[in-house]
Design a protein around this ligand. Structure first.
Ligand SMILES: NC(=O)c1ccc[n+]([C@@H]2O[C@H](COP(=O)([O-])OP(=O)(O)OC[C@H]3O[C@@H](n4cnc5c(N)ncnc54)[C@H](OP(=O)(O)O)[C@@H]3O)[C@@H](O)[C@H]2O)c1
Length: 322
């Protein structure tokens, strides 16, 4: 399916029959995508600020990963998209999304797919307001990957697993996208379009309790298991209740088993952002869920308290940790 006419619809194919893929936000997630796609022979255009774009043009993209190995590849880099592409992977943090999207003008994109990998769900409607809905393919990714410097990516999890589902893009285009990504070495599941909410909420229902609680109590995941287990269960159940109202079934027991299998020392990226004084994706991960619950009249008291406490702590400059 990589060679399907649909994938070519947006722009010129790269050298050697590869595709042309733009990556907006070449950080932990976007940088890994850019690296493995470029290594697989696709033409990759990273879209970033001037400093990062300059570093990428000069030194390429360096990836260190137990799964993908250690390699450096040349990529193109620009501050704005200037030509049609087959796909544009969207991977800034939610806090930078709106500013970053100015780098992808609707007219330049052509018929290319727009593939957001952010955590949360409200960004999907932001993208569908900005770009044709029939080009937006929501994705989620399970991975631990960090941009340690511009163009330098350390992938530290033994997995890089992508789920794709779109209720607005023809199934064959989503399948071709899945084949493109799996051809580059990523683990990809292409789900039915009707599973779009399910993929977003499955990811969120697991991630949010971990992110909110590790950040609120400044403990690694092991500390959640020993000291905050009841709150983990309560928050997961609140997310599951909102997901259920959207038609997505979340298996809380299975998520708790996943939590049991996580390393004691594992920290979440929201926690690392809080410790470093960076903006938190608190609104995308917590606030958005509270708004959805409110619209549906569903009680979510534990999540509401955590989000309020984290918001207050961030406002105090305390970075969210108590
Ligand atoms: N990292 C993970 O392991 C992981 C796992 C699952 C999901 N996620 C989700 O994936 C998303 C991305 O996270 P991340 O960890 O990859 O973030 P990140 O490492 O901070 O990378 C974000 C990238 O966006 C770039 N950026 C910021 N503002 C921009 C702008 N105005 N224009 C263009 N680029 C801009 C940054 O550029 P500079 O390099 O110049 O700073 C950076 O390269 C988040 O929603 C996160 O929750 C992350």
């Amino acid at each position: 399916m990589i060679g399907s006419a649909d994938m070519q619809a947006g722009g010129a194919a790269g050298a050697g029959g590869g595709r042309t893929v733009a990556v907006l936000g070449p950080g932990g997630v976007g940088g890994l995508f850019a690296g493995v796609l470029a290594r697989a022979g696709h033409r990759v255009i990273c879209l970033a600020g001037e400093e990062t774009a300059t570093a990428l043009r000069k030194d390429g993209l360096a990836v260190r990963s137990d799964t993908f190995g250690e390699f450096t590849v040349a990529v193109e880099a620009d501050t704005v998209l200037r030509e049609a592409v087959d796909a544009c992977v969207v991977a800034p943090k939610e806090t930078a999304l709106v500013a970053a999207l100015d780098r992808v003008p609707r007219e330049a994109l052509g018929a290319g797919l727009v593939v957001p990998l952010l955590n949360g769900f409200e960004h999907v409607s932001v993208l569908r307001e900005r770009y044709p809905a029939e080009q937006v393919v929501p994705g989620t990714i399970r991975i631990e990957s960090t941009r340690v410097a511009p163009g330098q990516i350390v992938h530290s999890s033994p997995f890089a697993a992508v789920d794709l589902a779109s209720r607005t893009v023809p199934a064959e285009r989503v399948a071709a996208l899945g084949a493109l990504l799996s051809g580059a070495g990523l683990t990809v599941r292409v789900r039915d379009g009707g599973d779009e909410d399910a993929i977003l909420w499955e990811k969120l229902s697991f991630l949010a309790p971990m992110a909110l609680l590790t950040t609120r109590y400044a403990v690694p995941v092991g500390g959640l298991r020993t000291d905050h287990h009841d709150e983990v269960v309560a928050v997961m159940e609140e997310y599951a209740s909102v997901a259920a109202a959207l038609g997505a079934t979340i298996d809380v027991a299975a998520m708790l088993r996943l939590l049991d299998g996580a390393r004691d020392t594992m920290r979440t990226s929201m926690q690392r952002d809080a410790e470093a004084g960076r903006p938190l994706e608190l609104d995308a991960i917590g606030g958005a869920m509270l708004r959805e619950a409110d619209r549906r009249g569903l009680p979510t008291p534990v999540t509401a308290r955590l989000v309020a406490e984290l918001t207050a702590a961030a406002g105090d400059g305390a970075g969210g940790a108590s």
